[in-house]
Design a protein. Structure first.
Length: 377
């Protein structure tokens, strides 16, 4: 989302293109919107969405907790000023020595989705808390995380029972309904599964007390998505429906919805061409592509709003591609993107809602291109 502050920064500082500019005012506003919409739910910001130190520092000051995917992310959150008890290690795929190092730093909450991972946690982080992640199908999500993470509810119950036997604290269930999830009902389906695990574990004498509702809340790439209050209402209703009088503690782990709308990528047109004299579709090559920040255009999954200075002029569909010598570096082709016919080489192109999953995804030097530079303002 373009803001006055970002526009002023681009005009006055004129940073080299391409670059990502993140407006902390938007980050703060989105974080506080979650606090208001779900006041009884702890927010653990998913660091991987945008680990820029200034973003982490702001969220530490606002009182956020953090979901880290790795030891370097845990260290980054600690360096930003958070205490270790505000960090959960949510990746279900961890080296045992990283679990031990996180535990030594004071991290006490680990996610697992298999017996083998549970055994690692029991050895490397004795007495720690665990949540078991259950599978969801990712339906309704533009960037599904389905099938790689989680186990079925029956296995989750067994894992949690074993966790207790191993001396760990069996806290509860985690899930992620898929990123950029457009259907609030996805949480209802997942909560119904979570409640069934609570019941079957309770029959074995263990009372679970936590549901980690994951991320998945959307950024506003386009207009027609439910607003946050609708997600919150669906979640609250589902908690009452499936848990009755024993509503567990809850955690959400938004990444995209906190930082996505806060960032704008400034890029530049490198080339505009056609493949033959009669070709009706122009190819527009930008100085940013799949390998220096726009990885989520894979399969055209995420369709960023793209703005130019002449959007009011007549527009025609274009193929948009990145600058590298790799044929996978094409952003939008199956669904061509309308760009002004007067667009020219050297023109500025703004890619909006680009604060999440862009800079950290950029390669360190593919084709000699440096990683996408981030400016946090
Ligand atoms: C990536 C991730 C998130 C953040 O997901 P968003 O869709 O960006 O909100 C939250 N939790 C876990 C465990 C993740 O892996």
């Amino acid at each position: 989302m373009m803001t006055d502050r970002i526009r002023t920064f681009l005009d006055e500082v004129r940073p080299d293109s391409p670059c990502l500019v993140v407006d902390l005012e938007t980050v703060q506003e989105r974080y506080l919107a979650f606090r208001r919409a779900l006041p009884d739910t702890a927010v653990h910001y998913a660091v991987k969405a945008n680990p820029a130190p200034d973003v982490l520092r702001l969220l530490v000051q606002l009182g956020s907790a953090f979901d880290a995917a790795s030891l370097p992310e845990i260290r980054a959150v600690l360096a930003a000023g958070a205490s270790a008890e505000r960090i959960s290690y949510g990746n279900t795929i961890k080296k045992e020595r990283d679990i031990a190092a996180a535990h030594a730093l004071g991290v006490r909450m680990f996610a697992v989705d298999s017996f083998a991972e549970l055994d690692k946690v029991a050895r490397a982080a004795p007495g720690a808390g665990v949540v078991c992640r259950i599978l969801t199908d990712g339906a309704g999500a533009d960037w599904p995380l389905s099938c790689k993470f989680g186990c079925d509810p029956d296995m989750a119950a067994e894992i949690l029972v074993r966790a207790k036997a191993l001396g760990l604290v069996a806290h509860g269930i985690a899930f992620h309904v898929g990123s950029q999830q457009q259907e609030p009902d996805a949480w209802d389906r997942a909560l119904s599964m979570a409640a069934s695990v609570f019941r079957s574990v309770a029959e074995r004498g263990i009372q679970l007390n936590l549901v980690n509702l994951g991320g998945g809340f959307p950024a506003h790439y386009h207009g027609n998505i439910p607003n946050l209050t609708e997600y919150a209402r669906t979640i609250k209703e589902a908690l009452h429906r499936h848990f009755g009088n024993r509503i567990p503690e809850t955690v959400i782990e938004p990444g995209r919805a906190i930082v996505g709308d806060a960032g704008v990528i400034r890029s530049e047109v490198v080339l505009i061409s056609r493949k033959s004299a009669g070709d009706s579709v122009r190819w527009v090559f930008l100085d940013i592509g799949r390998f220096n920040g726009l990885a989520e255009t894979e399969n055209e999954a995420i369709r960023y709003p793209i703005r130019t200075a002449s959007d009011h002029a007549r527009r025609e569909p274009c193929v948009i591609a990145g600058p590298t010598c790799d044929s996978a570096d094409v952003l939008y082709q199956h669904q061509p993107y309308p760009l002004p016919v007067c667009l020219d080489i050297g023109d500025e192109v703004l890619i909006e809602c680009a604060g999440a999953y862009t800079a950290p995804y950029s390669s360190v030097g593919f084709n000699g291109i440096r990683p996408l530079q981030t400016y946090v303002i």
